[in-house]
Design a protein around this ligand. Structure first.
Ligand code: NDP
Length: 253
């Protein structure tokens, strides 16, 4: 399928994990992709590798919580590619801790990365999308938005993402822009590995517990999320907006 021929896609946090799988999914379907990440070397390596395969990709080092950097980065992307059709607000971090031990820094970095980062990037992208009278924004929420021990900060951020998604969908719909979110459950990436490292619980035990407790008896892969992001960014989903799709291998409520 080449659903994204001539489309320009921006993926934040695109150097690894779900972001990397999303970048690869979009280029496979014909898109030109701008990769934004903190991790400049990893993003550059990914862009170089894809360019060698004949794909059009560029990497941009940018902290999505830094307003000046975000404004400059989107200007450069628009200058280079001439338009912005899709934004995937994927950059994320975790700083898990029980509430009574959580410090302000752990609260702020998580809230800032997800909420301020998605706000700043969406505000820049919509400038171009509104002029084009078309665009798709896909947000990354999480199963944790429904509550998870040790994730007061992350749950608040990911529940906030759902409110942002619905509100941006209302404001931007009249300009031909769809805004939706995916809410993954446990997906195997550096993020989930680092949670295991920090909590001291064995990664294999964490995965075993996930498999035991969910309906589809396996953990998630980044590609499981990338395919739903691509669907929501495609014309096939043009009458869907303000929705949250759980990609969690389980029933959620
Ligand atoms: P990864 O940690 O594997 O990748 C996230 C990338 O975003 C990293 O390269 C990270 O850099 C980068 N990043 C973090 N902060 C910033 C910033 N301020 N500016 C630019 N780049 C930044 O995460 P995942 O692939 O696992 O997660 C991707 C998204 O999916 C996140 O929003 C996450 O919350 C969400 N999600 C993930 C789940 C999972 O189980 N993996 C489940 C539910 C939701 P660095 O390494 O330096 O931090």
């Amino acid at each position: 399928m080449q659903r994204f021929s001539n489309k320009v896609v921006v993926v934040t946090g695109g150097a690894q994990g779900i972001g990397e799988a999303t970048v690869k999914r979009f280029v496979k379907e014909g898109a030109q992709v701008a990769i934004i990440d903190y991790q400049d070397e990893m993003a550059q390596n990914l862009a170089n590798k894809l360019r060698k395969e004949g794909k059009v990709t560029e990497s941009y080092q940018c902290d999505v919580t830094n307003s000046e950097e975000v404004v400059q980065c989107f200007k450069e992307i628009h200058y280079k590619f001439g338009r912005i059709d899709v934004l995937v607000n994927n950059a994320g971090v975790t700083r898990d801790n029980l509430l009574f031990k959580m410090n302000e820094n752990e609260w702020e970095i998580v809230i800032d990365t997800h909420l301020k980062g998605s706000f700043l990037c969406s505000r820049e992208a919509q400038k171009y999308m509104v002029k084009q009278k078309s665009g798709k924004i896909v947000m990354l929420s999480s199963r944790s938005a429904l509550g998870k021990r040790g994730q007061t900060n992350y749950a608040a951020a990911k529940a906030g993402i759902q409110g942002m998604t619905k509100t941006m969908a209302i404001e931007l719909g009249p300009y031909g822009i769809n805004v939706n979110a995916v809410a993954p459950g446990f997906i195997e990436t550096e993020m989930t590995k680092s949670i295991a490292e920090r909590t001291g619980v064995s990664y294999e035990d964490i995965k075993e517990n996930v498999i035991k407790s969910n309906a589809i008896k396996r953990v998630g892969e980044p590609q499981d999320v990338a395919s739903i992001i691509a669907f929501l960014a495609s014309e096939e989903a043009s009458y869907v907006t303000g929705q949250v799709i759980y990609v969690a291998g389980n029933v959620t409520n």
